[in-house]
Design a protein around this ligand. Structure first.
Ligand code: M6R
Length: 606
């Protein structure tokens, strides 16, 4: 998953390409590159590292062309080095690519036989040489479509041509791509977020589309080389900002915004006057739903697991949960009475999108819960429930998790009410509790602000860590472990507390940090027993429970007491100390908080 940008202008494109690449770094940040047309020739500059490193090269050797493409990479084929960085150019063509070409090895062999010499280990270079080859015998659009037909896999492409030196070409299959319309210039980008500062007028490409941009016009073609018309959309003004402000990094900003995220979300869906939830135009009658299938990846998948507990408690509907990368390849028995719910912050995750696509092909009802409302997943699903979290830039998902949990909970509540599976007073009480949630999150943030850095020190010398909980605390334990591993590179496992004796207890040794999630719920006593088993084997226990739980055990190293709320909302509060703990461990280890190694924010490859 990489980020691509292209600009055709009547002035130097380098400054805008660099600014856009900085916005696209959430898609990949192991190398960066730019190609422009300089005095009729293709000029490529690229390096391993960040966009900042590319800027340093451009300071010494400026690019001044009016036509250009840029790229930020998340390596799939070949290590992140200078040669593998994009663009990949021949004398005739320069290409930036997001996606994976699955038949690149076979194509490479054929091209080598024709005399093409490959420099990189990437799958992208075959596109450069295929285009170069077809251009010898065919006109532009035909050569492009012939190239695309030869490719298996997914791609969004930005292409420059020496021979056609006033255009940027874009093409997509499977990976997202948008164009933007500006005054005296036009843009190509992986998403509208990268284009937003330059234009509000955009068009999304569909699979099989090719676009040709000059500085004053954009033409679209289909795979049969025929010109087509596309809809122009006007992007809404974003009330949220994507600036760090006074925060050290985006993650600390995003964690501390969670009371606001929850406030926005509750405001959007809950009508406190009528004590009701607003959900209009739901695509399927809640009374007719036979089964709900919740699908996501990573943190979004953890919100699906959490929601299963809510749906099962509040409704009689059967609930399945699935990791998108598994769902998409299993033999699923689709049913028109089922509702398929896709959860994704970015709305661009390739596996989640593919799973949604399969559902659409099987003509079943789909709903998406997303942060980015202009995303591919939002645009493709029958019904969208935005989480209203504003831009989440840190790779570790934090406020989006809170938003996803809230929307899923609100959905479960509403469906339960419509199906008359919850009593009115209980429904209204739960709505009332939602109103109080933002303040409780704020209180939890303030409380954990000072003590989590101290607890984090205990993790520095640890070989790993465990997070355990029962019931709805189990998915939160999984999320705590994911946050710790992705930010601090410390091995971490999340487990249902009751499972410990079936194997994982063997991992407990003197000094191993074990985070026990034991809110005052129906599982409390049992979880505390599991905690004692950990203590008896030398584990260093960090207990997270509710205020006034009155657990006194001299062998508990730290106890964090979060506010009391209704049991359904406790997981949202439990999440806060886990996020802060992971944050502070990573900070003490000097890890790159917003851009952990080997990862990217938006996972647009399989
Ligand atoms: O954009 P999505 O919510 O679809 O992303 C899914 C996962 O890639 C994402 O949640 C990932 O696990 C995060 N880095 C976790 O913090």
């Amino acid at each position: 998953m990489c980020g691509i940008i292209g600009i055709a202008s009547n002035k130097s494109v380098t400054p805008n390409i660099i600014q856009s690449l900085k916005k696209l770094e959430y898609r990949g940040y192991d190398s960066a590159g730019i190609a422009t047309i300089e005095s009729g020739n293709l000029d490529e500059k690229k390096c391993p590292g960040r966009v900042e490193d590319l800027e340093k090269i451009l300071l010494k050797r400026p690019s001044q062309g009016f036509i250009g493409i840029g790229h930020v990479r998340w390596a799939t084929h070949g290590i992140p080095n200078q040669v593998n960085a994009h663009p990949h150019s021949s004398d005739e063509v320069s290409v930036v690519h997001n996606g994976i070409i699955e038949n690149s090895n076979e194509l490479k062999k054929d091209l080598e036989k024709k005399g093409y010499k490959f420099k990189s280990q990437t799958d992208t270079e075959v596109i450069t040489f295929l285009l170069t080859d077809f251009l010898k015998d065919f006109d532009l659009v035909i050569a492009i479509n012939k190239t695309l037909k030869a490719l298996n896999g997914s791609f969004a492409l930005g292409i420059l041509f020496k021979k056609y030196n006033d255009i940027v070409v874009g093409a997509r299959r499977g990976s997202p791509l948008a164009v933007g319309y500006g005054p005296n210039e036009n843009y190509l980008g992986s998403d509208s977020y990268a284009l937003k500062s330059m234009t509000k007028k955009i068009t999304y490409l569909d699979d099989g589309d090719v676009c040709v941009l000059t500085n004053n016009k954009i033409d679209f073609y289909n795979s049969k080389n025929k010109k087509i018309n596309k809809e122009v959309l006007i992007l809404s003004d974003d009330k949220h900002t994507a600036e760090k402000g006074d925060y050290k990094d985006f993650m600390s900003k995003e964690i501390s915004e969670q009371n606001i995220t929850s406030k926005n979300c509750v405001k959007e869906y809950v009508d406190h006057l009528r004590k009701d939830i607003n959900l209009y135009n739901f695509p399927i009658k809640p009374k007719d739903i036979q089964k709900i299938i919740l699908i996501g990846c990573g943190t979004a998948y953890h919100s699906c697991i959490t929601a299963k507990y809510w749906f099962e408690e509040l409704t009689n509907i059967q609930i399945d949960i699935d990791v998108a990368s598994e769902f998409r390849y299993r033999k699923i028995k689709f049913n028109k009475k089922n509702l398929y719910v896709f959860v994704s912050q970015s709305g661009e995750t390739a596996d989640t999108f593919a799973a949604l696509d399969i559902c659409k092909k099987n003509k079943v009802k789909t709903c998406s819960i997303v942060n980015v409302v202009e995303s591919s997943i939002a645009r493709s699903s029958d019904f969208v429930l935005p989480i209203h979290a504003g831009p989440e830039i840190g790779v570790a998902s934090t406020k989006a998790f809170i938003g996803q949990l809230l929307v899923l909970y609100i959905l479960a509540l509403k469906i339960s009410d419509i199906r008359k599976e919850i009593l009115k007073p209980d429904y209204e009480k739960k709505i009332n509790d939602l109103k109080k949630l933002p303040d409780l999150i704020k209180k939890t943030l303030n409380y954990c602000h000072n003590n989590t850095p101290i607890i984090a020190k205990d993790f520095l010398k640890a070989k790993g860590a465990m997070f355990i909980g029962r019931g709805i605390s189990f998915p939160i334990a999984l999320e705590g472990a994911l946050k710790l591993k992705e930010l601090s590179y410390l091995h971490a496992e999340g487990y249902p507390a009751g499972e410990m004796k079936h194997g994982p207890l063997a991992l407990i040794e003197e000094g191993l940090p074990v985070v026990i999630l034991a809110p005052r719920d129906r599982y409390f006593e049992k979880t505390i027993s599991n905690m004692q088993e950990v203590i008896a084997r030398g584990g260093k226990v960090i207990l997270i429970t509710n205020e006034n739980s009155k657990i006194i055990s001299e062998n508990v190293r730290f106890t964090l007491e979060i506010p009391i709320t209704n049991e359904n909302l406790t997981p949202l509060l439990m999440t806060v100390p886990l996020q802060l703990l992971a944050y502070h461990v990573a900070a003490l280890k000097n890890c790159d908080i917003d851009k952990p190694r080997n990862l990217a924010k938006s996972v647009t490859v399989e």
